[in-house]
Design a protein around this ligand. Structure first.
Ligand SMILES: NC(=O)C1=CN([C@@H]2O[C@H](COP(=O)(O)OP(=O)(O)OC[C@H]3O[C@@H](n4cnc5c(N)ncnc54)[C@H](O)[C@@H]3O)[C@@H](O)[C@H]2O)C=CC1
Ligand SMILES: O=C(O)/C=C/C=C(\O)C(=O)O
Length: 484
């Protein structure tokens, strides 16, 4: 049985308190994980500070960009091991892990190597009363010790989306992956160890949230900034903890995303794209669509086609050929999703398909599976229409006018991503700016350019990451004004 250890100051640290890393396909134990308590977190903070004092923050941009590329190459060399670790922890379908999770982690390091290599500060020539002027220019320094707290749905992708720019900007990082998915992060620490990044520049601590590694980190006086992806309620708790020492925070939180499908959309593309946006990764992506609104003339046709396609998704183990959807992450999360399946019926939903737990007659019955689920008939204020469920489920409702569609899409406390499906580009341009969300996709979903601003409004987050937006968060500008 593998033992997943903490990585602090260039050393692997075992602890006596351990927890199980569970495979949600069949409930088997993948690994034992060493939980970091306060003492290990304190050590990680000291190691990170020592790395900064030893000069990591002032290394050349070239050296940092080179280190990031070496990490990317190191992940690529062990590609299959990373895929296997991600699948073992999450049960996600192999195609997702092979084509999205691990390639994106590699791309994150390369993208921020490029970003930092081409980053520049501001420069202003200012006028002064004596006519001689002044020169203002900015230099960017690291924030210091950055805590990266990440979730389980896209484990390595989301961890590296923060670790890469934080390192690029010269910070020392303490990463805490979700307790549900500690494996790929441990492999990342191995790669970082192999490439010889100076001790303490990257540290990894395992554990849970409150009263464990996550809580100790986000409230630690020695941590200079916290970046977090996960549930909005957790973001709120972390914000309270970080407030004591007024730490900068960057949050990517939940979503209750809408897709608007107009009658002029390419029907097959809209069905296929929406299918992906609802059921990818078993619906466990903050960008996933949970509310689908379809223009009335094509509503019945859409529901019919969508149901047929959803019923064709093969649910099962990622180790089987042709499986398109794996289990949810855990028994606990499945209980939450199933509670919404019950609630939807109580709130008056018609279950178009799904709403149940598939029975396999083998070890998978010990896993965390649910069926792809579609509802219609809920009212706009039903809890199932307002709360993030984070499972393979959506509600489909008709709309009559553009105005109705905009009102329906924005009728949520969240504001992460919206998808518009229309071949009328004037309509797309007209509506996209009216969406109360950080991201609007037109005739696509989850198409990412890592230079673009990524993040949400309302309950969906604070700040933007991606490209120069990440660099802005992970660095502290100093303006230098020279009187000429
Ligand atoms: N990106 C998203 O939108 C995500 C949303 N979720 C939603 O959140 C629900 C809860 O799932 P969880 O795994 O509990 O997600 P979570 O958001 O609570 O956990 C994410 C990370 O935060 C850490 N954490 C939790 N509480 C903390 C605290 N007080 N201080 C510091 N760190 C803390 C966890 O250990 C983990 O590393 C899910 O049912 C799902 O609906 C879960 C994962 C990602
Ligand atoms: O950065 C991305 O492309 C994906 C982000 C997805 C999330 O933030 C999430 O599911 O939490």
């Amino acid at each position: 049985m593998p033992l997943l250890r903490n990585y602090v100051g260039g050393h692997w640290i075992e602890t006596e308190t351990r927890f199980d890393d569970i495979n949600p396909v069949d409930g088997s134990v993948v690994a034992q994980v060493c939980e970091a308590g306060q003492a290990v977190v304190d050590k990680a903070v000291s190691a990170a500070k020592a790395a900064l004092a030893a000069g990591w923050g002032t290394t050349t941009v070239d050296a940092r960009a080179r280190a990031l590329r070496q990490i990317a190459d190191g992940i690529e060399r062990r590609f299959d091991a990373f895929v296997a670790a991600e699948i073992a922890d999450t049960g996600k379908d192999a195609t997702h892990a092979r084509t999205i999770d691990i390639p994106r982690a590699i791309a994150n390091f390369r993208a921020f190597a490029d970003q930092i290599a081409t980053a520049h500060g501001d420069c202003f020539q200012s006028t002064t009363p004596d006519g001689l002027g002044a020169l203002n220019y900015t230099i960017n320094k690291p924030l210091g010790v950055v805590a990266v707290i990440s979730p389980w749905n896209l484990p390595l992708l989301l961890l590296t989306w923060k670790v890469a720019p934080a390192l690029a900007c010269g910070n020392a990082v303490i990463a805490k992956p979700s307790e549900e998915t500690p494996y790929s992060a441990t492999l990342l620490a191995e790669v970082i160890d192999e490439i010889g990044l100076p001790p303490g520049v990257f540290n990894l601590v395992h554990g849970f949230g409150p009263d464990s590694a996550g809580g100790f980190l986000s409230t630690h006086a020695g941590v200079d900034a916290v970046t977090f992806t996960g549930a909005s309620a957790t973001g709120s708790a972390i914000m309270r903890g970080a407030a004591q020492t007024v730490k900068p925070i960057s949050f990517e939180l939940g979503g209750k995303n809408a897709s608007l499908i107009f009658a002029d959309a390419d029907f097959d593309e809209a069905v296929a794209g929406t299918l992906r946006s609802v059921f990818s990764n078993c619906g466990q992506v903050c960008l996933c669509t949970e509310r689908v609104y379809v223009e009335r003339p094509i509503f019945e046709k859409f529901v019919h086609a969508f149901k047929l396609r959803a019923e064709q998704i093969r649910v099962g183990s990622p180790y089987e050929q042709g499986v398109g959807m794996g289990p949810l992450i855990s028994k606990e999360h499945r209980a939450k999703v199933l509670s919404y399946f019950d609630l939807a019926v109580a709130e008056g939903a018609r279950v178009v398909t799904g709403g149940s737990v598939p029975v396999f007659g083998d070890a998978r019955d010990q896993g965390c599976f649910v069926s792809p689920t579609i509802w219609t008939g809920l009212s706009a204020d039903a809890r199932c229409m307002q709360e993030e469920i984070f499972g393979p489920v959506c509600h489909i409702a008709p709309f009559d006018t553009e105005e109705d569609a905009v009102t329906a899409a924005n009728n949520t406390q969240y504001g992460l991503a919206t998808a518009l499906w229309t071949t009328d580009l004037k309509r797309a341009h007209r509506l996209a700016p009216r969406m109360e969300s950080g991201i609007v996709w037109v005739n696509t979903w989850f198409l990412r350019d890592l230079r673009t601003p990524f993040g949400g409004v309302k309950l969906s987050g604070i700040g933007r990451e991606g490209g120069r937006h990440s660099l802005a968060f992970y660095s502290e500008p100093t303006n230098i004004c020279i009187k000429l």
